[in-house]
Design a protein around this ligand. Structure first.
Ligand code: PMV
Length: 322
């Protein structure tokens, strides 16, 4: 009763921020992302009668308290489906260094869901697996399918899942992640989602987000970078406007974050194919066309406060290892 699974991290072009149902992580809007090839979590789950409690080790660190409880709650769902009461051992590794500032909850919960389902021989469809991953971390729903992925907000647990709209090889975008801070976020996304509706701007964001998503999917399908760049930056800026105007307000940007945003805008004005998007942190994801990658990398390295640059290209779906 053991399985090992891997899943990539992902970066959203049209963001998820705010829930309609916090317990089920039913989002307030649909979102759209690309899996990040090369950046993944590998997780082994082993159910055993010899264990008296769940145990989890992430990057050689034994989890306790709330982090362990979150994993136990996630495993409980699979145990309920399988009619199994056995406790489990979870061993997980991120292939990107922990604390580098790249979010790992999406890849972690996608890999955990696939490994747990396989270990218990649950035959879940991709949509069912994605909905299951969503319960652990919303964005994990998007790390289950391949390539370019829409997470449909849905109306209930079953209908809120992600699916691929184009395979990883559809468009050779590169995400150059400018690492600015590796500090642990003061306010994590689970808490952040609960603050979203306290911003007077969230209603305006939600009223316009499905139109942005439709246009952004179209831009990706047509590989229309100019249109894509405008929509991606607009959607990130609107999400951060909501974050910055919630109660309490969340300001994830640091001075180098803003410096990168300016540089990216200047470069695009000069005809270089690059745009930015920022999650709940200070790091900036710079999405580049193939011919722009080396120039953008050099420009980012020259910005004070950019500590490191990580590169990723579109990645495939979550997978099982034998
Ligand atoms: O899945 P969570 O709860 O970590 O939320 C992710 C939130 C953002 O990264 C800010 C946006 C997104 O859609 O990934």
């Amino acid at each position: 009763m053991q399985a090992t699974a891997c899943a990539h991290s992902n970066i959203a072009f049209i963001k998820y921020w705010g829930n309609r149902d916090h317990a089920l992580r039913l989002p307030a809007n649909s979102s759209f992302s690309m899996n990040l090839g090369g950046l993944f979590t590998r997780t082994t789950v082993r159910f055993s009668a010899a264990l008296s409690a769940d145990r989890a080790v992430v990057d050689d660190r034994v989890l306790e308290g709330a982090s362990l409880a979150r994993i136990t709650a996630h495993l409980d769902y699979a145990r309920r489906l399988a009619g199994c009461a056995l406790r489990a051992e979870v061993i997980s590794h991120n292939n990107f260094p922990a604390g580098v500032g790249i979010a790992s909850s999406a890849s972690a919960f996608a890999a955990l869901s696939l490994a747990a389902a396989a270990a218990l021989d649950l035959r879940l469809s991709e949509a069912e697996l994605s909905a299951y991953a969503r319960l652990g971390s919303g964005s994990a729903a998007r790390s289950v399918p391949s390539g370019f992925v829409i997470w449909h907000m849905g109306e209930d647990h079953r209908s809120s899942y992600a699916e691929s709209v184009a395979p990883a090889d559809h468009w050779q975008l590169t995400d150059l992640v400018a690492i600015i801070s590796t500090a642990h976020k003061a306010v994590g996304s689970t808490e952040g989602h609960q603050l979203a509706e306290s911003s007077p701007l969230q209603a305006a964001r939600l009223a316009t987000s499905s139109a942005r998503l439709e246009q952004c999917v179209q831009a990706v399908l047509e590989r229309d970078f100019e249109r894509f760049a405008r929509l991606v930056e607009l959607d990130s800026d609107i999400m951060h406007a909501v974050m910055q105007t919630s109660a309490p307000p969340l300001l994830y940007w640091l001075p180098p974050t803003v410096a990168v945003m300016h540089r990216v805008r200047q470069l695009r004005a000069e005809g270089i194919g690059v745009c930015y998007t920022i999650d709940a942190g200070a790091n900036v994801h710079c999405l580049c066309l193939p011919e722009a990658v080396e120039r953008v990398r050099a420009e980012l390295s020259a910005i004070e406060g950019v500590r490191e640059i990580r590169a990723a290209q579109p990645g495939g779906s979550a997978w099982l290892e034998s």
